[in-house]
Every structure is written in C-alpha cells, then in structure tokens.
Ligand binder design. Structure first.
Ligand SMILES: [Zn+2]
Length: 185
C-alpha cells in the first residue's frame, strides 16, 4: 500500500478499511477544530462525468475527480452518518468535528457534499448508531437531517431548503466519492 501525501505530511494514512475498500486513518491525535485534509482533484462539470468514476460534487455543476496520477487522501475518505470530519467553514477543507484518536478512521458525511439527485448508496454500512441506512444527497434528506448536516456542509448546499431538489445530473450511473467501480455495496 503506497503512502499518500497528507495535508501536513503526518496526520493521515491510507489503508484498507473495515467500512469499505480503502479508508483514511489518523496517525496521531487530531484535536477538534483542526483542519485535516483539503478535498482536491481534477475539476469537472456535471456534463463531463462518466460512469464509474470516483468524484465528489463540490458545487451545483462542479465536481472533483480523483487524479490517478496524483493520488491523495481526500480520494479515499469513507462516508459515515456520524462523521468525525466536516466542512465547518463551508470551504473544501475538512476539519475535525471532535477529537480524533490515533488509528481512528476519518470519515465525512457524503450528504454534506453531494446534491446530485441520482446519488444513492443503499444500504449504508457505516455502522454508526444513528446510521440513516442509505446515503443520499443533501436535497433528498428530510428537513431535520438537513438541519443537522447544514453546519458541516459545503457552502453551496447550505442555502438549499427542504423539498428543493437540484436536478442537474445527466448521469444515472454516477457512483459518487470513494466508490470503486467493481465494488458491490
Ligand atoms: Zn450510515
């Protein structure tokens, strides 16, 4: 397993996860509120997406595609319905929501980034006590869950109100972040 570069060179490492495929783990204690990793990749627009790619949505029509030439921890972060990372200032920086212990897997809530109406992973196997049992995009969540996730969501999602879908995808086969092409979730 190759080591990937980290935001500060020491905080994170990538290895197999019990949650799903590869995961990203803390090498050391990360204090609540600390910036941990910047989401990055090759910018794409919705119309440029292809099936079975690993990409994360970062705007109404904007995506970041994992760069195979330049792998990064942000490509491999698994989803959790009870994440320890969040977009606390609405930017692409993921911050620690709480103290993260050495060896703990770091996760974020994919609903805090995704708006695509076709994004759907069922079942969710994050294992959290409050698991929502499926992963859908922010606009597809009920009002109470949107309220809970809004403070850790990307800025472009924060003004979306309940029952306000963003119908912007052309690709029903979209796989979303950290979903390997051949995995069966
Ligand atoms: Zn879950």
């Amino acid at each position: 397993m190759p080591n990937h570069p980290t935001a500060d060179g020491t905080a994170l490492l990538v290895r197999r996860s019990e949650l799903h495929g590869n995961g990203v783990f803390a090498r050391r204690l990360i204090a609540a509120g600390a910036p941990v990793v910047l989401q990055q990749g090759i910018p794409l627009e919705t119309e440029e997406l292809k099936e079975d790619i690993k990409a994360i949505q970062v705007g109404p029509r904007a995506w970041l595609l994992a760069d195979p030439e330049n792998p990064h921890e942000s490509d491999e972060i698994n989803h959790s319905c009870d994440p320890n990372l969040g977009f606390l200032d609405g930017s692409l920086m993921l911050y620690a929501i709480r103290d993260i212990l050495p060896g703990e897997e770091v996760t974020f809530d994919y609903a805090s980034a995704m708006a695509d109406p076709h994004f759907h992973v069922n079942p969710c196997r994050c294992g959290a006590a409050n698991c929502r049992k499926e992963i859908v995009s922010f606009p597809a969540l009920d009002a109470a869950t949107q309220e809970k996730i809004r403070p850790i969501a990307l800025q472009y999602l924060r003004q979306i109100l309940p029952n306000q879908p963003m119908a912007n995808s052309v690709n029903p086969q979209l796989v979303g972040p950290n979903k390997d092409a051949n995995d069966v979730l």
